[in-house]
Design a protein around this ligand. Structure first.
Ligand code: ZN
Ligand code: ZN
Length: 542
């Protein structure tokens, strides 16, 4: 759940919005298949690396699809395009003089008879004292580490104490890019404060050359002469997956060079959605690599990072059976219930907490009572009293005018929150005020009374209300796309009839008098208390 809201779901909301605005969007990501966690798991389970990643990649791809993540390309890092590109990429850096070799002292497990890169070692963080810091990064303070930095190191596979041995490695001359990185960070006011401060602080402390090679067996073979038994460090190649996913996307479209129209056009805005632990790799490592390779490559335009999501006040933990996992989630509720709730509690400025009671209220109150009931009341009324035809309005009174004006302002207001500030949570809240206002308007106008003596007056109320429904069917699309689609089918609204920028038209009275709608059906179902009780028990949430 944390991964979903931190990266892919947030990015999906953003991408869907941009498409409705008529922007040219390429939305990519992929399975990061190399690296020590996978290697360790395969060793522990006694299975082949590739077989394990095949299994995960197909499962993840299926789940993202079921959560309606609208990728233009979802790739994987163990594919020929990525491997070839990364090898050529690092050879070019080597030829440009940005890569040098050095003998390093490295941790080695005598029992497992292997070097212990990155997460093959655990120990105490020298900066904050966290006892379960990994060899590549500390989860508690976020600092990027070297395995030999750890105090009391232990082998992650067998738990024994490693010894120090010498090994030759290839290093990326990161300090060479300090000045340019600083300039870029300082001249990029869009970057969120947490990402900017973290990165500038790292620069102040002084960047060190970082080893590009590892003694891992599973990974992309290092291309440097003499490095035949080494692989490229996963964090140096995984971030290049954004580029190779675009290359693969372009190749699938039959135009090998098309990726350059995006990656080498200064007008392109690349926006990254990540969890906060990935900040240094997107604001220091990736930009430095791009600068080193080719001046023309575009640097991140914005990086939207989220804080952590907890579960009923605890950390999600597969081993302790605490939390909800994506595959289970869809057995219980449709994707839109999850999407809605996760965006509502998106950890934008601070950590947030998943709570079942809160989830139930979000579905029952927000979706069912507020949104669902408003839409259902309006559409059934039109269906029953106006033969499913949008009535011709009479003159608007003050309340009608107020509602129409509120509606007109809505798309631009929500758009600003999405596009300029990337506050998806607030944007969703804003959209939901439409149906709340709509409900209040409907109660005030009480067409179920006026219809008895003045059908034209009731018709005006329903005309205005129908415009709110039409607007919702577009503004909800980035957040809860299945619902938005079902709603558009009910009201007979076809996106393709509105040209490229349908978003900006959403507030402009889309449903004309005489337009025919289909038979409405309820969009949501309430979640009973017993169900929540049961789920709390299953998921360790109480
Ligand atoms: Zn630490
Ligand atoms: Zn060991």
């Amino acid at each position: 759940m944390g991964t979903l809201i931190g990266s892919v779901l947030s990015a999906d909301v953003f991408a869907r919005y941009l498409r409705l605005k008529g922007h040219d969007v390429v939305f990519v990501s992929g399975s990061d298949e190399h690296g020590t966690p996978i290697e360790i798991e395969a060793i522990k389970r006694g299975v082949d690396f590739k077989a394990l990643t095949d299994q995960y990649h197909s499962l993840i791809t299926k789940l993202f699809d079921e959560f309606r993540i609208s990728f233009d390309n979802y790739t994987r890092t163990h594919n020929p395009i990525h491997i070839k590109f990364c090898q050529e990429f690092f050879m070019k850096l080597y030829e440009k003089g940005y890569i040098f070799t050095k003998e390093v002292r490295q941790l080695y497990c005598p029992k497992c008879q292997r070097f212990l890169p990155d997460r093959f070692v655990e120990g105490t963080c020298p900066y904050c004292g966290y006892e379960k810091a990994r060899g590549d990064q500390c989860d508690a303070c976020g600092r990027v580490l070297d395995p030999t930095d750890l105090i009391n190191p232990r082998c992650s596979i067998c738990g024994s104490e490693p010894v120090v041995k010498s090994s030759k490695h290839w290093f990326f001359d990161l300090p060479k890019f300090s000045d340019r990185l600083k300039k870029w960070l300082e001249s990029n006011p869009r970057l969120p404060a947490n990402a900017r401060h973290f990165s500038l602080k790292w620069l102040e402390e002084g960047l060190k050359p970082r080893a590009v090679t590892r003694d891992n067996k599973w990974g992309i073979p290092a291309p440097f002469p003499g490095a035949e038994d080494k692989t490229i460090y996963v964090w140096f190649e995984a971030v290049l997956g954004y580029v190779t996913a675009t290359i693969e996307w372009a190749a699938k479209k039959g135009d090998q060079e098309l990726w350059k129209d995006y990656w080498m056009d200064p007008e392109t805005r690349s926006v990254y959605f990540i969890g906060k632990d990935n900040i240094p790799f997107h604001t220091i490592i990736l930009p430095a690599l791009l600068m080193a390779y080719d001046e023309r490559l575009i640097l991140p335009w914005n990086v939207s990072s989220t804080e952590y999501l907890t579960f009923e006040g605890q950390k999600f933990s597969k081993s302790r059976g605490v939390g909800v996992w994506l595959d289970q989630a869809l057995e219980w509720f449709p994707p839109d219930y999850w999407r809605y709730y996760l965006i509502k509690i998106r950890p934008e400025k601070s950590d947030t907490n998943f709570s079942w009671t809160d989830f139930q209220q979000a579905v029952n109150n927000d979706l069912n009572n507020n949104l669902g009931n408003f839409i259902h009341r309006v559409l059934t009324f039109i269906y029953r009293y106006f033969d499913g035809i949008i009535p011709q309005p009479k003159d608007f009174d003050e309340k009608d005018e107020e509602m129409i004006h509120f509606l007109e302002e809505m798309p631009a207001g929500v758009g600003r929150l999405l596009e300029d500030e990337i506050t998806l949570k607030q944007a969703l809240e804003q959209v939901m005020t439409l149906s709340a206002r709509g409900n209040a308007y409907l109660n005030l106008k009480a067409p179920w009374h006026t219809i008895k003596k003045d059908k034209e007056l009731a018709g005006t109320t329903l005309y205005v209300s129908a415009q709110i429904v039409g607007c919702l069917s577009i503004l909800l699309e980035p957040f809860i796309p299945d619902t938005a689609k079902k709603l558009r089918e009910m009201i007979n609204l076809k996106l393709e009839e509105y040209g490229k920028n349908v978003w900006d038209q959403a507030g402009s009275q889309l449903l004309k008098p005489g337009h025919k709608i289909n038979k409405p059906t309820p969009l949501f179902e309430k979640i009973p208390d017993e169900k929540i009780k049961e789920l709390k028990r299953i998921t360790g949430g109480g």
